[in-house]
Design a protein around this ligand. Sequence first.
Ligand SMILES: C[S@@+](CC[C@H](N)C(=O)[O-])C[C@H]1O[C@@H](n2cnc3c(N)ncnc32)[C@H](O)[C@@H]1O
Length: 227
Amino acid sequence: MHKEDLAAWEANATFWDDYMGDESNFFHCDMVRPQTDNLLQPTANDLVLDIACGNGNYAAWLAARGVQVVAFDYSPTMVALARKRRAAYTEQINFQVCDATDYDALMSLRQAKPFTKAVANMAIMDISDIEPLFSATYAMLAAGGSFVFSTHHACFTYPNGNYFTSAMHKGVAVEGQPQLQCYYHRSLQELLNLAFKVGFVLAGFHEIPFEHDATPIIMIVKLTKAV
Ligand SMILES: C[S@@+](CC[C@H](N)C(=O)[O-])C[C@H]1O[C@@H](n2cnc3c(N)ncnc32)[C@H](O)[C@@H]1O
């Protein structure tokens, strides 16, 4: 399963990078980023972990605001494209290839000082097993640090009418992408109870619909590590 999702992202990486470009798309810029910024409150004093960073669009947005970033993705092709596209920020963004399902690999991303914040934009639903990620992110954050993630809204985007059953299904993020990608549905209680189990506290929540829609398609969650 995991090999299959990585193979799809490897196949889609160049298409994704071309499509997202330097500035990213409407979905990211207008629907994801504003409330992510609002919850993350990035400042020039932050060291941020950008989880499953894609072509580095949010890492570059942070770097342009003076933030130091460690950004990782498990697709080597995606990381190579991100490094190339964000060459102006080599001093501020440390791009790494790392698998978010591998606890030890995640812990190797630790820097001399702890991360003050972590962010995962529209990626939790792409990751086959999020327990290692939640545990390692909690371990690597400074006390008082926050983890903000956006993902498919658990309550409104699940396949086959079976909300409570965690399941993989295939879909597209962008029309025309070379391969279908794997999505991993989890109920809201599964996601949040995992966060609580590793020690996080729920500190913020937004639900975002497409313009003029009554049903949210995205949810953005802020978790914090208590001081
Ligand atoms: C929908 S893209 C979002 C990329 C970026 N965060 C953005 O907002 O533009 C999802 C990303 O998750 C990455 N990904 C999926 N599973 C992963 C894993 N196990 N470890 C690291 N990255 C993963 C993919 O390679 C892809 O770049």
